[in-house]
Design a protein around this ligand. Structure first.
Ligand code: IMO
Ligand code: MG
Length: 381
């Protein structure tokens, strides 16, 4: 049985959690492959809303194995809180939860560094979720990071002290004031808690599941336009959010990928900085935000809103080899008299293109819209 991959095709917040939750009964394994606590996947269980940040969205179904893949960066403090919250609803939850030993650890100082780097950038800040994502991936690629598996080695403390000292040095150079002492105690407790969970070589777990014909869903976080290679760099997240990330983030070979489910909203949103050609800064944007309840699930920030951007969407479909498109939140547009869709961009020289230019923030484009009369009725009726 092939692995299905579900991903966001825009700037995140497309409704991935809701769809995974809906599709989950068909799968025996749900696996996250990148990102970390920057994600906020909202789903409902027993009539209550839950926001999952690092735990796969199959966790509420007792028959599903949930894998936290090697491609993730994990904050132990957030992880512990998530597991403890979930245990109130389903005490057995951690039996179905498997964490890769090769996933990287977010330290308290990674979070401070995230804030410090943003401060240094000033007006050019990324608008990061300040969860320490960037600095942790930076250490991973720089071959300095700490991994979940290191928790089980006798010299973990030495490795931790070494990296922490390095971070203190960097923060000192940046002249950034901070105090992580109180948080460090919570961090060390959270680490002890993490060690009670199932830490394993999840690449074997997932390939054994493939060999046994189990059905697997790889759950993406963020969206294609935030991809480190193909998103609007540098206003992106620090991982590969596209389908390729599922291969490296779980340790599976390309021939195992079957369906690629691409999720998008009938309009666009973006949190944080960076180019957003179809952004609506007036009343229509505010109307989308209010009706669509477009406020961040992780940070509570108001999301920037705008019309559907087809050149960006087609780019995401191409990069991911999407086999099924799922459109979310069309009902938010129910009482709009007119709906617009961007079909092309007009460039500075007046030419039109439906391809994504290299750098939208330095060379802005003007969206070309097609206008449609709204349906002005309740789609749910
Ligand atoms: P889900 O999985 C929306 C955005 C941040 C910022 C940029 C970099 O819920 O769709 P980071 O903290 O990753 O260094 O921030 O990426 N961002 C998201 N936006 N949904 C998300 O996740 C996001 N995760 C990161 O707002 O602009
Ligand atoms: Mg989100």
């Amino acid at each position: 049985m092939a692995v299905s991959v579900l991903l966001g095709l825009q700037w995140g917040d497309e409704g991935k959690g809701k769809i995974v939750d809906f599709l989950a009964p068909q799968f025996q394994v749900v696996a996250r492959f990148q990102g970390g606590p920057n994600a906020g996947h909202t789903l409902e269980f027993d009539g209550q809303k839950h926001v999952l940040h690092q735990i796969p969205s199959g966790i509420f179904r007792p028959h599903i194995k949930n894998i936290v893949g090697n491609g993730l960066v994990i904050d132990p403090i957030v992880f512990r809180r998530e597991v403890e919250n979930l245990r109130q609803h389903a005490p057995e939850i951690s039996q179905n939860l498997f964490i890769s030993k090769k996933a990287h650890l977010i330290l308290p100082t990674h979070r401070v560094l995230d804030a410090a780097y943003e401060k240094v950038k000033g007006e050019k800040k990324i608008g990061s979720t300040l969860r320490g994502i960037g600095p942790t991936y930076q250490n991973k690629i720089g071959r300095q990071g700490l991994r979940i598996g290191d928790l089980l080695t006798p010299n973990f403390d030495e490795k931790y002290q070494y990296l922490k000292a390095h971070h203190h040095q960097l923060l000192h150079q940046l002249g950034y004031e901070y105090d992580t002492q109180a948080e460090e105690a919570t961090f060390l407790e959270a680490i002890a808690f993490l060690k009670t969970l199932q830490l394993c070589d999840t690449e074997y777990l997932i390939n054994d599941a493939i060999a046994q014909g189990e059905s697997i869903l790889a759950e993406g976080a963020q969206g294609a336009m935030l991809d480190i290679d193909f998103g609007s760099y540098p206003y992106v997240t620090s991982s590969n959010t596209i389908v390729a990330g599922a291969l490296t983030g779980l340790g599976i070979a390309p021939q195992h990928i079957g369906e690629v489910l691409g999720i998008f909203k009938a309009y666009c949103t973006r949190v944080g900085s960076g180019p957003f050609p179809t952004e609506l800064q007036e009343a229509t944007g505010e109307k989308l935000r209010q009706i669509g309840r477009e406020f961040g699930a992780t940070t509570g920030r108001p999301r920037r809103c705008g019309w559907l951007d087809l050149p960006a969407l087609k780019y995401a479909v191409m990069l991911n080899g999407v086999t099924q498109l799922l459109m979310m939140k069309a009902d938010v547009l129910n009482d709009f008299e007119e709906i617009q869709v961007c079909t092309h961009y007009e460039q500075e020289d007046g030419s039109r293109t439906d391809r994504l230019p290299y750098c939208l923030q330095d060379v802005p484009v003007r969206p070309v819209y097609q206008r449609f009369e709204g349906w002005q009725q309740d789609l749910g009726a």
